[in-house]
Design a protein around this ligand. Structure first.
Ligand SMILES: Cc1cn([C@H]2C[C@H](O)[C@@H](COP(=O)(O)OP(=O)(O)O[C@H]3O[C@H](C)C(=O)[C@H](O)[C@H]3O)O2)c(=O)[nH]c1=O
Length: 188
């Protein structure tokens, strides 16, 4: 399992070693020791989540307020998505900065997103399956959303030629300016 630090600091990309033979392939999709050694954090996860999305679906940007803030380890088992994290950590020098990467069933890449980031993705193919571990349980009351296409964050979504499909909840999500103007100044 190779790991690469990303920016904003704290984000990390994992690439498993894929063992191929005449039957197909095998790889460790999660290893608690490798994860803990690479991230310096415990490998405790409360939930495994899975969503299936058609091409053009945007899920997010979502996060949970403390004490229910979730770290997420995200991978794709079918199709491909553009996965995005936005830094909303209290006191962060990169507050509001985003990072995006294509995760796919072909590249096997996994993105570690520590607590304090908003998370979302754009499905680039029909039937894209996203699997992710979360460090905290889902807590509906502390769930918050941020507009996926907010100009102040300026995520460069590779949406060319895709018809965007979002939930009613995400269609009503506040923008970054609205969010940061409301107390507290730091969101997660
Ligand atoms: C998150 C969650 C949702 N639900 C229920 C609530 C709804 O009845 C249904 C769909 O929920 P939602 O529309 O919030 O699903 P997504 O839009 O995929 O939300 C996720 O999108 C982005 C990408 C994330 O990182 C979050 O984990 C999560 O917010 O599943 C549960 O039962 N458990 C859960 O942990």
């Amino acid at each position: 399992m190779r790991s690469t630090r990303c920016h904003p600091d704290g984000l990390m990309l994992f690439e498993p070693t894929v063992h191929e033979d005449d039957r197909g392939a095998f790889f460790e999709s999660f290893n608690a020791l490798a994860f803990a050694e690479a991230t310096g954090t415990s490998a405790y996860f409360a939930q495994d989540n899975q969503s299936i999305s058609s091409a053009g679906v945007v899920r997010g940007l979502h996060y949970q307020l403390p004490p229910y803030a979730q770290g997420k380890l995200v991978r794709v088992s079918a199709g491909r998505v553009f996965d995005v994290a936005v830094d909303l950590r209290d006191g962060s020098d990169t507050f509001g900065r985003w990072f995006g990467v294509e995760l796919s069933a072909v590249n096997h890449l996994q993105l570690w997103i520590p607590p304090g980031f908003a998370h979302g993705f754009l499905a680039l193919e029909d039937g894209s399956e996203v699997l992710y571990k979360t460090t905290e349980f889902w807590h509906r009351e502390s769930e918050r959303a941020l507009r996926w296409d907010d100009p102040d964050i300026g995520i460069a979504w590779p949406a060319e030629g895709l018809r965007i499909i979002i939930s009613d909840k995400d269609a009503l999500a506040p923008g970054f300016a609205e969010l940061t103007n409301s107390a507290p100044a730091r969101l997660a």
